[in-house]
Design a protein around this ligand. Sequence first.
Ligand SMILES: C[S@@+](CC[C@H](N)C(=O)[O-])C[C@H]1O[C@@H](n2cnc3c(N)ncnc32)[C@H](O)[C@@H]1O
Length: 229
Amino acid sequence: MPRSDAITTTQSEGYEARVARQVPGLRDLHRMAGILLAERVPPSGRVLVLGAGGGLELRAFAQMRPDWRFDGVDPSADMLALARANLGDLQGRVAFHQAYIEEMPRILFDGATCLLTLHFLPRKARLDTLRELHRRLTAGAPLVVAPHSFSIHDRSGERWLARNAAFHGAEGRAPGEAMAQIDAMRKNLPALTPREDEELLAEAGFSDIELFYAGFSFRGWACHASRSA
Ligand SMILES: C[S@@+](CC[C@H](N)C(=O)[O-])C[C@H]1O[C@@H](n2cnc3c(N)ncnc32)[C@H](O)[C@@H]1O
């Protein structure tokens, strides 16, 4: 990995192209998340972006809403450096925190997102993370999440892994490279099913849980922090 203070333009462009190749409708996912936040985040609101490394959703939200302020939280210094590079002049609107959510002060935010990140966390860590997010949101504030969500260990899971491989490889990527990534997903991704993900959001104290996005094995939900959890 490069030094965290020396991310080049080429590296940040490379990250963006790679994520766009892996996630169907990535730019629209960011736009939809911004719109869902805006239903409840007030002007001059403060938005927590968890798993903010890379900075792509931060950049999209900052461009959509010049009045909002952001806190970008991610445990990886390298990914935060990439976020800074991708944000360019917009990075002044973001407070970056190299941290896990439980290490963040208990400030109350007006909304939060956690995109393309929760699927890395096993069930218990995921529930704890969602609970910690809930503790940092004002009552009724929106949360937008978008993890891989599918039944990874049965035959339907194999179908979805193959479809992901085809999507990754669709723009001329070497099939072996895409397959290696799929093998890694099968071995390492503690994906939950959509029903389990929805149950976890409810268990963590979120309500009004609505599916707004489905792109192959990715699912996106918007929900609100219940007044008491
Ligand atoms: C696939 S990247 C997604 C980054 C960004 N949200 C995007 O959509 O491009 C996943 C990010 O989650 C971060 N991450 C891993 N474990 C995390 C955790 N427990 N809490 C918050 N972020 C985490 C990684 O460092 C990485 O930056």
